[in-house]
Design a protein around this ligand. Structure first.
Ligand SMILES: Nc1ncnc2c1ncn2[C@@H]1O[C@H](COP(=O)(O)OP(=O)(O)OP(=O)(O)O)[C@@H](O)[C@H]1O
Length: 385
């Protein structure tokens, strides 16, 4: 994959060309100070001070360890450490407030490529719906998956020359409260031909989709031919769509072919193979029965727990955890001892999850190799300390 492919899948690049067939979105360039705020994981977790008094949330998420630290230094007679003052981004906050109002009062936020899906649990609604700057800041600041956008977007590029894009953008998309998950699809394009379509929500069986499948394939193909294929510059890519009740197709997102993009009900090998076969048409995959459901919370193990390949939740989690632990435990023997025990427990629990079908052999191997390297690294560090 080339950097150019990753770049063209950024929302600020594709959205202007597909505005009329996508979700209404307003995009703001982020000041570098805000990017630094998102990346700062050393200080306490502070939310920006609202200049327009829209702090729907407490200014400080309490962190008992840090508070103890402050108390110790105050009580020890050392010069009392002043807690850092909360940051403030008045210009950005005002622009965001205006955008939220013009988008109907609620938005779905995302950066150049990704939305902070992993931090939805922290919001009061359990979703990515935001009505103020502080809600957006909380979701962005709490997300681990955005670290991918901020630091690792080009990691899979064969011509990697950048560690991050020169600018980051915040896309505010009009909030749609009742998107039906079964009507979202990921479409795979190879050599400018549509080769595959997959149900996006792979953890559910939706009987109604069985009847609608042929009609959906027609509208999605037409949409690709009329609106996407001539306009999008890349030869290989994926795009996500939402089909409305009255069969209108809305473009949700573009992603590069391979690497960090999940192939959902396909594997990348299958998709490559489909393309190699002459005259191969579009293959449309949906979950065809309850027994074919990829495990979700209601059935067994969530799909995200089983997908461990590069770019998956596990991959990002393990890499972020590794970086974080490295920072915290560099010179601390008891900390390292605890860590080795924790990694062993984590390895054990992960192995149990990984033994549930349909974890693939390749994914499981990736998981074990990663954790094993991790475990050995900290064990050696501990022995040498
Ligand atoms: N405007 C919106 N209102 C409500 N929900 C939305 C909106 N836009 C997207 N979603 C939901 O959030 C999900 C993720 O959106 P999106 O594809 O933009 O995020 P992403 O981080 O790029 O995801 P991926 O990495 O899987 O491509 C969508 O599948 C959809 O269900």
């Amino acid at each position: 994959m080339k950097q150019e492919e990753v770049n063209l899948c950024q929302i600020q690049e594709w959205y202007p060309k597909f505005k009329s067939v996508s979700i209404k979105t307003l995009i703001h360039e982020l000041p570098e100070s805000f990017v630094e705020y998102l990346l700062d994981d050393h200080g306490p977790f502070l939310l920006p001070v609202s200049v327009i008094n829209e702090d729907a949330l407490p200014n400080r998420i309490h962190n008992s360890e840090e508070e103890e630290d402050y108390q110790v230094s105050e009580g020890s007679g050392d010069e009392a450490e002043q807690p850092p003052s909360p940051p403030s981004f008045p210009e950005l906050e005002l622009k965001i407030k205006e955008s939220i109002e013009s988008l109907g009062g609620a938005v779905f936020p995302k950066l150049n490529w990704s939305a902070p899906k992993d931090s939805a649990w922290i919001s009061t609604t359990g979703t990515l719906r935001c009505t103020s700057f502080s809600e957006i800041a909380l979701l962005l600041r709490s997300s681990d998956s955005l670290i991918h956008d901020l630091c690792h977007a080009y990691d899979s590029c064969s011509d990697k020359s950048l560690s991050r894009p020169p600018n980051f953008y915040l896309a505010l998309r009009k909030w749609y409260p009742s998107l039906r998950p079964e009507m979202e699809f990921r479409c795979f394009v190879r050599d400018r031909l549509l080769v595959g379509i997959s149900q996006r929500e792979v953890t559910g069986f939706y009987p109604a989709l069985l009847e609608k499948k042929s009609a959906l394939e027609v509208v999605i193909r037409e949409f690709f031919m009329d609106k996407v294929s001539q306009t999008f510059e890349l030869e290989n890519y994926t795009f996500d769509v939402y089909v409305t009740m009255d069969d209108r197709v809305k473009l949700v997102d573009f992603n590069p072919w391979g690497a960090f993009t999940l192939p959902l009900l396909f594997t990348w090998e299958e998709l490559e193979q489909n393309c190699a076969e002459e005259g191969h048409g579009v293959e449309f995959r949906i979950v065809e029965s309850q027994s074919a459901v990829r495990p979700g919370l209601k059935t067994a193990v969530p799909y995200d727990y089983l997908a461990t390949g590069p770019g998956s939740g596990w991959d990002q989690f393990l890499r972020n955890a590794d970086q974080e632990l490295e920072r915290q435990t560099r010179r601390d023997r008891p900390g390292l001892q605890k860590l080795v025990v924790k990694i062993s427990l984590f390895w054990f629990c992960g192995s149990v999850l990984q033994s549930s079908p349909p974890a693939s052999h390749q994914n499981t191997l990736f998981f074990h190799i990663f954790v094993f390297r991790w475990w050995v690294k900290y064990l050696i560090q501990m022995i040498h300390l």
